[in-house]
Write a protein that binds this ligand. Structure first.
Ligand SMILES: [Cu+2]
Length: 64
């Protein structure tokens, strides 16, 4: 899935977003495009679970 994460603005945000997804699914493949503020995620976790994990971390996301 590809996500828009508009509040992801720096390296700290990138690390927090990656950690939130990896905490949810340690086998997830996470590719962050920081300038584009998007994240490409390959995971068996449900989209809603990923969105909720990011929201809980302070990064509201939408499907791109
Ligand atoms: Cu940041």
């Amino acid at each position: 899935m590809k996500l828009n994460v508009p509040d992801m603005t720096c390296g700290h945000c990138k690390a927090a977003v990656e950690k939130a997804i990896i905490d949810l699914d340690s086998a997830a493949d996470v590719r962050v495009d920081l300038p584009g503020r998007t994240v490409e995620v390959t995971t068996t976790a449900a989209e809603s679970a990923v969105l909720n994990a990011l929201l809980a971390e302070g990064y509201p996301a939408t499907l791109a």
